[in-house]
Design a binder for this molecule. Structure first.
Ligand code: PCA
Length: 323
């Protein structure tokens, strides 16, 4: 009888344990369309974790802002409405100025420097997120940012008064310092904003221009300024994280490392292929002239000073580690 009782209680606890382990399902909120390389990479990450976790964790991706829009994802993950999500880091400067270090013009203008800056800033960023109840998994850059315009831009004067689509505080500041009129608009609404005439210029990657078929909305020019490589990051709600056993946590970290490496490679490929796609679609793809280049450099220097003042000692230590 005693043996029977022990057996029953063992079976019960095994079943309970298995049940708890089986029950974990994470919703992964993604802001960008399923065809975007960030989303495709995240889908592969989710699939690999799901398949390799032995049924302990299922991650379901929701691309295109279908679960939460870009602007809502950080808070959704923080509050546990979504267990995991991807967010454009430099839109979160108000949460932590270090998150926008990758959108400071001319600080890192190549993939190698972008990686160096990422490594220099990551420890502080991870710490800051941890304090907000978030676990950092990986970060992947967008291709080099360039200037899109409906009309040709040949001088600083040509920028004056342009209705400019911005995606974070840094691009708003660039617009202010160059005399453009900024409006913050999420990537999903770009086509509409250009086709209705709400905006007539923006700075973003060749990838986002291609994904929004920007040439169909009267945008004929792309100037490859390549002044920064802003990143998306994938974060997890810490309470959800703590429900996993350590083997599953390890698996996620390993798959995150793989996804990060693949993501950087995809970004580099897109940096070439997507620019070609813009010119194949009939757009004029080139560089700004040297007067404009100088002007953007000056704007960048002003912004660097402003950012240093905002980011304080933590920012200074990141810049020292980078240089
Ligand atoms: N695409 C995103 C962020 C940076 C980029 O290249 C956007 O335009 O919103």
């Amino acid at each position: 009888m005693k043996l029977f009782k022990i057996l029953v209680s063992t079976i019960t606890s095994v079943l309970l344990f298995a049940n708890v382990a089986l029950a974990e399902k994470w919703d992964m909120a993604l802001a960008y369309g399923a065809g975007n390389f960030h989303s495709a990479n995240a889908a592969e990450f989710a699939k690999n974790v799901t398949e390799k976790s032995g049924g302990k964790l299922t991650i379901v991706t929701h691309p295109g802002g279908s679960l939460f829009k870009g602007g809502e994802i950080f808070r959704a993950v923080r509050t546990g409405q979504a267990q995991i999500g991807e967010r454009f880091m430099s839109a979160l400067g108000k949460e932590d100025p270090l998150l926008e270090v990758d959108s400071q013009p001319f600080l890192a203008t190549s993939y190698d420097d972008a990686m160096k800056l990422y490594k220099a800033s990551k420890p502080e960023i991870v710490k800051g997120l941890d304090a907000k109840g978030l676990v950092f998994l990986y970060a992947v850059p967008w291709p080099a940012q360039g200037l899109y315009s409906k009309k040709a831009i040949n001088s600083v004067a040509d920028l004056k008064g342009l209705k400019f689509r911005a995606y974070n505080s840094a691009t708003i500041r660039i617009a202010e310092l160059t005399g453009m009129a900024p409006t913050k608009i999420e990537a999903a609404e770009i086509s509409q904003a250009f086709s209705t005439g709400a905006v007539e210029s923006m700075i973003t990657s060749p990838t986002t221009g291609k994904n929004s078929k920007i040439w169909e909305n009267g945008v004929g020019y792309f100037y490859d300024i390549a002044a920064w490589f802003p990143k998306n990051m994938v974060i997890v709600n810490k309470e959800a994280w703590n429900k996993l056993d350590s083997a599953t946590q390890k698996l996620i970290m390993k798959e995150a490392e793989i996804a990060e490496r693949k993501g950087w490679d995809l970004s580099k490929k897109g940096n070439v292929a997507d620019k070609k796609a813009l010119s194949d679609a009939g757009m004029k793809v080139g560089k700004v002239n040297s007067a404009l280049e100088k002007h953007f450099q000056k704007v960048g220097a002003t912004m660097a000073d402003e950012w240093k003042a905002k980011a304080g000692a933590r920012g200074a230590s990141v810049l020292a580690a980078y240089k």
